[in-house]
Ligand binder design. Structure first.
Ligand SMILES: O=C(O)CCC(=O)C(=O)O
Ligand SMILES: [Fe+2]
Length: 258
């Protein structure tokens, strides 16, 4: 088990932390079954296609795969088991004990997909660019992306690439968005592992090289003292406490910073 203070320190020093095999294998299996069920309902279409297509409300397809943007609408009963106590404790240590959730997605890709280019998550669902002079605190973690992997991740399944970044480092890209970067790392991620990534940390993913589906879940979590993102998923107001327990505060209680 990773000690929460050590994990939070690593998040600040490197811009990400990996918590290996932290999600129960039964939860992983159920989450995979939910994604399979949605894929069946869609008629098992091609997993990737250039550009962006709407397959259903809140379900899109692009070159990097199929994204189900309101995943927990499909399986709200999963919510209490998706962010285990060890992960909640890291989030609390890094961002405080009043948190908000901006959305919860599921993503399916396969060997037909292109590389997911290098990107950050500045502004979360509002997708701010660094040129917009968006206020990111130079000394605090103010938003994280939490990725939960539903199979092992390595060269065959498609790797998560991360360029470690201390909070004090520049925000600008450090290479071609579709290329390989100096000092990138590709952490090994056994099934049920979680990556917690600061919003400013550049990361990317290589495509799967073997048959089968690559699946992960993704969520964005912010301290409640920040104004809610305009494009945050409103359905999280019903699911936040199931996902985060006592750490979650309702949106209308989040503005005053108390
Ligand atoms: O596919 C991955 O491993 C990374 C996904 C990611 O960065 C994202 O969805 O924002
Ligand atoms: Fe990402």
């Amino acid at each position: 088990m990773v000690a929460a203070h050590e994990a939070a320190r690593e998040l600040r020093a490197r811009g990400f932390v990996i918590v290996r095999e932290v999600v129960d294998s039964a939860v992983v299996a159920e989450a995979r079954a939910v994604l399979e069920r949605v894929y069946d309902r869609l008629g098992r279409p091609e997993i990737s296609r250039r550009g962006m297509t709407d397959l259903e409300d809140h379900i899109t397809r692009s070159g990097s795969g199929i994204q189900i943007s309101r995943l927990l609408g499909e399986a709200p009963e999963l919510a209490p088991r998706l962010l285990p106590a060890a992960v909640r404790e890291i989030l609390r240590t890094a961002m405080g004990d009043r948190l908000q959730i901006e959305g919860y997605i599921g993503k399916i890709s396969d060997a037909t997909c292109t590389m997911l280019p290098w990107h950050q998550h500045i502004g979360g669902p509002d997708e701010k660019s660094i040129a917009e002079d968006y206020a990111c605190s130079p000394d605090a973690i103010d938003r994280v992306t939490v990725l939960t992997y539903l199979q092992r991740v390595g060269p065959e399944e498609g790797e998560l690439l991360i360029r470690p970044r201390a909070l004090s480092e520049p925000l600008e890209p450090l290479g071609e968005l579709r290329g390989r970067w100096d000092r990138e790392v590709a952490p090994s991620l056994p099934t049920g592992s979680i990556a917690i990534i600061d919003e400013r940390t550049w990361h990317a993913a290589t495509p799967r090289t073997t048959p089968g589906l690559r699946m992960y879940l993704g969520t964005q979590i912010v301290p409640a003292r920040r104004p809610m993102a305009k494009n945050a998923d409103p359905t999280m107001q019903h699911l936040g406490s199931a996902l985060l327990g006592d750490l979650w505060v309702p949106a209308d209680a989040s503005i005053d910073g108390s």
